[in-house]
Design a protein around this ligand. Structure first.
Ligand code: ZN
Length: 126
């Protein structure tokens, strides 16, 4: 007879279910559904993948999935994962920060020097 206990998830099943959430998170992130809450660190709003609402992610997510079956995903619902993807991308390409930095004035000679650093005079007559 099969046991009537709470089924213990095998490591494979656990990783599989996490992977499914990561896949979902990737599509949420790719669709631009992760938004930072301005003025609040570590606070994000993630649009529901079904498009029927928003979830607030602040360390933990407010969705049903995050509050149930935590033994499976340990709180890593697809929204929280999507926020992680968002944060990773920000860390890699802080475009908004770079854009606001003042660029030092450079003229064409500086740029040429970068590309062709002080070439040795090859054909100059001695
Ligand atoms: Zn969630």
């Amino acid at each position: 007879m099969a046991t009537e206990n709470t089924p213990q998830l095998s490591p494979v099943k656990q990783i599989e279910s996490l992977y499914q959430r990561l896949e979902k998170a990737r599509s949420i992130f790719a669709a631009g559904k992760v938004h930072r809450i301005l003025g609040l660190d570590e606070h994000y709003v993630v649009e529901s993948s079904k498009g029927d609402g928003f979830y607030q992610v602040n360390g933990i997510c407010t969705c049903m999935d995050a509050q149930h079956r935590t033994e499976v995903h340990h709180g890593w619902c697809c929204h929280k994962l999507a926020v992680e993807l968002f944060k990773e991308q920000e860390a890699l390409a802080p475009a908004s920060i770079k854009a606001s930095e003042p660029q030092p004035e450079r003229d064409i000679n500086d740029l040429l020097e970068d590309m062709y650093p002080k070439a040795k005079p090859t054909d100059s007559p001695r």
